[in-house]
Structures are given as structure tokens and as C-alpha cells.
Ligand binder design. Sequence first.
Ligand code: GLC
Length: 482
Amino acid sequence: MPRLYTIESMSDMAHKDELEQVAETASESVEPTVTEAAGDVSIEPSLSLEEELIAILHENDRGTHTIPAAGLYPHQWLWDSCFIAIGLRHIDVDRAQSELVSLIRGQWANGMLPNIIFSNDAAYRRDRNFWRSWINPNSPDGVATSGITQPPMLAEAVWQVGQKLSLAERHSWYKLMLPHIIRFHQWLYADRDPHGEGLVLLLHPWETGLDNTPPWTYELHEHLMPGWIRAIRWAHLDGVIGFFRRDRHYIPPGQRLSTLETISYFAAQRRLRRKAYDSLKVLDHGLFSIEDLTYNCIFVRANTRLRDMAKTARIDLPADLLASMAKSEKSLEGLFDPYARTYWSRDFVTYRLLKQPSIASLMPLYAGTISKERAEHLVRQLENEHVFGPAFPVPSVPLDSPQFDPERYWQGPSWVNTNWLIIEGLRQYGYHDHAEALTETTIEMVHAGGAAEYFDPTTGEPLGAHNFSWTAALTLDLLNRS
Ligand code: GLC
């Protein structure tokens, strides 16, 4: 790659090592290591929607856990498995339990639940090496994981599965899982809330689960993108590097992150790896540190579920955890912007609210702790066809935002998991008709387009991976609840 040397002569020599690693990233980590076909399940035309969804979950079942989609996502992901268990509980409650128990094998000694637990298959050695979780002494023995986390959906999933059990079974189920959830939540406060503010900070966009959501990509482009990556754009090398990306083998480029964003995310991951995933050390040297709104809303709701389950199982929660939980509910209000009458994510260092519109602004409905008046304002945005209410809602970015792109991953398409979270939120605040309507349109969208990873909110066209597990599982849940 001779043109890479043109960048060496530029001022950003400090990052020469990172530049060299781009080539490594391109050839080692992004190139497919997968031989598996992009597993379309061939579905009998006569199957009902429910049978189709169950067939997809069976196809993606790897024994004790379910992969998100064959080919593109061959490992176990944290919040995916939580959503999957919420669907599985309707067809096989034991299997729903094993889905969640299998997440615990990846838990770190400090309590962290990693966003990925890697398959042991020899074909994925490069994926495991890319993260090298074993460089941190807290990582579990003999289980290769990532070194970052994902939204804390576990408490919700354990609670939802518990609803399908008899009272006695529920007690033992909660007793089994609660110690792990407590350790995870304690880790979030100890490690990711260093000032004891009640809000958790994230160190990498992959931790949000909404990888290229505008508050994060905007920060990246405006403030954080390392000079050497800007130089790649300047030298038009992103096209060359993009050619090696794994996802390009499965999904058209217009539906994914830009190559510059992808390179930046890999560069941010390498900074974390260099600090052996030690949060405090990373904070000084990382690219990102954001108090993400979606994450914190999910955390507040998870704490509510934790409190309920502890009561049912007659387990006393540690006093310091209870105090932090109470603080979180109050601190969430610190993300409210009275002028825009909406909530935003916040930069951890500068305290600046990150005012880039995204689906995150609806997540306080799911958190369930905001006032009725503020909830009402969010519901109005959901009704507005130019904002969050197009024909196939709910778009991951509102239609009136300059960042809206109907096909690009978390930058516009509608996703079934965020619909599910919003439906839960609407029910909590008593908007049963709205919840019903969104349930119906979600089911219709999946019925017409299949269990796609995401959908064009203006046309309903299915996008991303096919036969995506959480789409199948959560649609199954919606079918069984309506
Ligand atoms: C993508 C999504 C993330 C999900 C993962 C596996 O990275 O952004 O939310 O967990 O794929 O499905």
C-alpha cells in the first residue's frame, strides 16, 4: 500500500503506529473469518408468521445461546441474548433461562458483562485475538470475550422470563440470577461513574448498542476524530480500506457505517486494548467518554426491575447500591433541556449536552421515572409524521434531522428492539392505544418484510441482515402479548 506513506509526511506522526494498524485491521480483523453462508432460513410458504419466527430462532440456536444472525454475527452478544430470551420464554422457558445463564459464563471478576462472548470455533481465532480479553486479570478463564459492555437489559430479561414461571420457580430463578445482576450494576457504578453522579459513562460507541447514533458520530466528526484518520479521508484512502470490511460481504455499504467511522471505532478499540480495558486508565487516553441517554434510561429501568425481583426473592440489596440507584433517577433529570423540552446525552468531561436528535430522546419513556407532563411531550413527537411517526415507525433518527438517512444502520432505520422499548414505555405511562398501534405496525412490518435487522421507516423495506434473532424474538413477544 504505497500511498499510506504519503500520510507519514503529514504532521500526525505521533499516530504512525495506529496508521500501521489500519492495514492490520483491514487484513486481519475486518476481513471475513467466516466460512458460514449468510444463513437464509428457507421458510415454507405455508408457515404462519409465528412459525417462521420460531424457525429463525431455531436456526440461530447454538445450544445454550443464540447468535444474532448467521455469517455477520457469529458470536453471542449481551443485549441480543436478553431480547432473544424475552421471545423464547413464550415457546420454551427452560431455553430462555439457559440463554441468560449462558451470559454469566462471560462475566468478569469485577462484575462487568462483556458485549460479546466469542465462539470457540477455530475459525474465529482472529476475532478473539483482536480483543485479547485475557490481558485483563478480571476476564474469565477459558472464555474469550470483548473488553467493553452493552446496555444493561439483563434485569429486564430475567424479570420477563420470571413472569412465565410458577412462584416457587420464580424465587429460585431470581436467587440464581440476582447476585450476577447486582455485581454488574455495582461495577457500572464503581467503574463507570467515577464522580458518583448516578450517571454511567461509556467509553466506546459499541457499548451503546446503537453504534453510529448521531450524538456519537457527530462528536467523532466534529471533535474527536484523530488527525491520522482525517488524513485518510484527505488522501481518499477510505475507499480502499472499505474494500476489506467484513460487513461489506453481507450488506450493501449504504446500509452501514462509513469507512472513516469504522476505522475510528477500531482505533478507539485499540486504545482500550492498550490500557488492558482498565476504565480509569482509558478515561485519560480514550477517544470517547459520554453519558449516553439510552444507556442510562435502560439502567434506570433495570434498577427498578432489580428492586422488584429482590423484593420477590426476599434478598436485601446492598445499601450503597440502593443509594446509587436513587441518585440515578434524579440525575437523569440533569439531562433534560427545558428549552427543547427533551433529554440528551452528555459529554462526561465538559458536561456539554449533545444535542443531536436521535431515538434516545424517547427512551425516558422506558426509564419510567420522568414526569407525566414530560412523557406527554415525547408522545407528541411520536405522533408527528415529520419527526418520529412515519409510515413504518420508529425511526432511529427523526425525519426532520439533517442526519436522517432511511437506510443507514442507526441513523434512520426502524429497529424492532427500540420499538419494543418504546411500547413498554407507552404502556407504563398509560398510552395503551399508542402502544397497541405501534405493536400492530411493528408486527405488520415484520410480516411483510421478514425478520430483518432493520427497516426503512418510509417504505418498510427490510435492510441489514436477514433472519435476525432479536427481530424474530421480540415480534414473537409482541404477538403473544397483543
Ligand atoms: C450491531 C448492533 C448491536 C448488536 C450487534 C449484534 O453491532 O449495533 O446493537 O448488539 O450488532 O447484533
